[in-house]
Structures are given as C-alpha cells and as structure tokens.
Ligand binder design. Structure first.
Ligand SMILES: NC(=O)c1ccc[n+]([C@@H]2O[C@H](COP(=O)([O-])OP(=O)(O)OC[C@H]3O[C@@H](n4cnc5c(N)ncnc54)[C@H](O)[C@@H]3O)[C@@H](O)[C@H]2O)c1
Length: 359
C-alpha cells in the first residue's frame, strides 16, 4: 500500500465491466491520483476488453486474488445493486477503501450494514452519486448555500424518456436515485423529507412500475416532487427549484443554457388569520431578470474519482459518503412501502447522521 500522504498514486481495482464500469476504468486511468491495477468481472472477456492490449493492468475473475494484493488500496464496484453488500463488505474486510455505484444497496438494512462495516474498519465508503459532481449541480448547491434562492419553497424534478425496462428493479430504483441524491446534495441539511408518498403504474403489464411519481414533503412546509418514467417518447431532464428570492431551472438537455436563474417570485404581503378576511391578503409578483450562470466544463466522474482520493488521503468523509447513499435508500424503501399502501404518506427512517456532522 502507498503512503497516503506523499502524493504517490493510489492503487485501485474496478469490479464490474458491464455498461458503467468502463467509465470508471477510463477516469481512474486518466487521474494522476490513481493507478489502475486490475479489472474484475465474472466474464473475463469483458474485463479484458475494457483494459485493452499493451498494458500491465490485470484482468481477472478472481476478486480474492485482487483483494490480497498490497498495491490495491481501493476497490470501485460497478456490479448490479443486489451484489453490492457482499462485494463491499468483502473489500472492507480486506482493508480496502470502497467506492460503490448507486444505489448503495438494494435495501436499507444492507446499506446500514455496509456503512457500519466501513466505520468499524476506519475506511472510506463512498457512493458514486455522479450528478453531484457535475458543474451544474455544484453550481446549484452553491446558489442554495449562499442564499441566492432564499428559502426553498418547492422542487419539481422530471426524468422521463423511453427507458430500458430493467429485469430486476422498477423505475423508482432505476431513475429516482439520481434525483434523490441531487436533492440530498443541494438541500440544506440533506435529504430529510417528513414523509414519502409514491404512486406508480404499469400500463403495459411489465410486472413493475414503469411510470412513477414521488411526493416528498420537506420541513418548513416546502414540497419536492419527482416524476420518473420509462415510457415517454420525449426525453425530459428538468429540475425546478423555487425559492423565496429566486427560482432556478436546470434543463440538462439544453447545453446552451443548462441553468437559468429567475429573479422573480411571489410575495404574500399580508395574510389574515380570519378566513372571512382572506380577500384582504395581498399577493404581489416580483418581476426581474433571468440570467444564466457560467459553468465550467469537466467530466463529473473525473471530479468524483478525485473526491475519492481526497477522502482517502485526507481521512475525511467524501461529500457523497455511505451515509448519503443510505439517506437515498431510506427514501426508496419508504417509497416501496407507500406503493404497497396505494400511495399513502409513509415515514422515512431517519437514523442516519446529518450532513453537518460529516462535511
Ligand atoms: N452513476 C451512474 O450514473 C450509473 C449509470 C449506470 C449504472 N450505474 C450503476 O452501476 C452498476 C452496474 O450497472 P451496469 O448497468 O453497468 O450493469 P451491467 O449489468 O451492464 O454490468 C455489470 C457487470 O458486473 C459483472 N458482475 C456481476 N456480478 C459480479 C460479481 N459478483 N463479481 C464480478 N463481476 C460481477 C457482470 O458480469 C457485468 O459485466 C449498478 O449499480 C447501476 O445502478 C450507475
């Protein structure tokens, strides 16, 4: 293992060389902080193909062989969610820091066990909530944090397109981790809804929800809404965050103007408590400019692997640590309960530590 403090690259192995794993491989390879040591997949040909020729990087199906290596400091796991717990805990037991793809696991109990195991071993456990490392989401967080939006009043997120109907998960587990991890990253205090109500439909008879709506009341009377959908021929990736001072609109499919800030809003100047007197309440509309913040250009995953190295070297929690992954899981699991209860509002487990403690 390398001396964490001397700037020498850290050794990493990527497990899972399917659709997403190759993106991790490319970014670890391009990062000065990292030396790619091995790629592991049950399908050897996939691992070999991702690595390519003319390199000393090991392609193997044998995770134990990789975990036994001294030159592997960390493991990045890009296998299906149902395999995460076993693989993550094996790597932690071998003393390796772990990056795991979203969602952290396929249930809260597994996620909790993984977070505990990392804590007990004094190792970094980080979730790849990729969107949190994009220039646009970093900017949104900055605008929320510096008070530009004022108090958050509502969030409306739409993530719909013609999607692959996944064999093992419904549309909530496939797409909503993105919206939920973004909310966890940008909302003051993280993702802490006072409840979750989920409604889903399966109009084609695929055996799972293909269209889903999540309603998340937030503390202070605000409301977040997430719409995920595999059946929409039009692709929309849009999030509106309405604040008491300004509102922003993020349209991820509009590279010319991904983010717009509206200097407009509604003020309730006077509100009577007496119902009969309600007409006396005065609503005033503020009309101001719309502007587009300048956004730097870089690949989110390059930031993400940098954050992972920084956390290991600095012995600090990454901004998307296991606890963040667990908060997202808690909402997904509560949404499942709500679906079974025909959309009833259900509570979300809140035993995870607050962001203030770990940032
Ligand atoms: N961050 C993102 O934006 C993003 C995007 C897509 C997928 N993902 C996540 O990445 C993970 C993988 O998704 P995918 O679409 O690449 O899946 P995939 O099915 O395309 O690939 C998974 C690979 O893992 C291998 N594998 C399975 N079990 C294994 C094991 N026990 N040991 C070694 N290899 C094993 C399979 O052979 C396969 O090659 C999921 O958690 C998914 O949610 C994240």
């Amino acid at each position: 293992m390398v001396d964490m403090t001397d700037g020498e690259p850290l050794g990493v192995a990527v497990v899972g060389a399917g659709y997403w794993g190759p993106n991790l491989v490319r970014n670890f390879r391009n990062a000065r902080d990292w030396a790619l040591v091995a790629v592991v997949d049950l399908d050897l040909a996939r691992a070999q193909e991702v690595i390519g020729g003319g390199t000393e990087v090991l392609a193997t199906t044998d995770l134990d062989e990789v975990l036994a290596r001294e030159d592997v400091d960390a493991v990045a796991i890009a296998t299906p969610a149902r395999t995460h717990r076993v693989l993550v805990e094996r790597a932690l037991r071998a003393g390796k820091h772990v990056l795991v793809e979203k969602p952290l696991a396929d249930d809260v109990e597994s996620g909790r066990s993984m977070v505990e195991a990392a804590r007990a071993n004094g190792l970094v456990l980080m979730a790849d909530h990729t969107y949190c490392y994009t220039p646009v989401v970093q900017k949104i967080r900055e605008l929320v944090e510096d008070g530009s939006l004022g108090e958050i009043l509502f969030v409306d997120s739409v993530r719909i397109n013609l999607g692959l109907v996944q064999p093992d998960v419904d549309v909530f587990w496939d797409l909503a981790p993105h919206d939920l991890s973004i909310l966890d990253f940008v909302l003051p205090g993280g993702l802490r809804p006072t409840g979750v109500a989920a409604q889903g439909s399966d109009p084609l008879g695929a055996g799972k929800a293909c269209v889903g709506y999540l309603t998340l009341p937030l503390e202070g009377g605000a409301m977040a809404h997430v719409h995920v959908n595999w059946l929409s021929p039009t692709k929309i990736r849009q999030m509106v965050i309405g604040g008491s001072r300004r509102t922003l609109v993020w349209d991820d499919l509009n590279p010319q103007q991904r983010l717009s800030v509206f200097d407009r809003g509604v003020d309730l100047v006077q509100q009577s408590v007496d119902i009969a007197d309600r007409a006396a309440a005065t609503i005033s509309y503020r009309l101001g400019d719309t502007w587009a913040p300048a956004l730097p250009e870089y690949e989110a995953l390059s930031r993400m692997v940098g954050e992972f190295a920084g956390a290991i070297r600095g012995e600090r929690a990454p901004v998307t640590d296991g606890a963040a992954g667990l908060r997202v899981l808690s909402v997904l699991e509560a949404a499942q309960t709500s679906l079974r209860a025909r959309g009833a509002l259900v509570e979300v487990a809140t035993e995870t530590p607050s962001l203030e403690l770990i940032r």
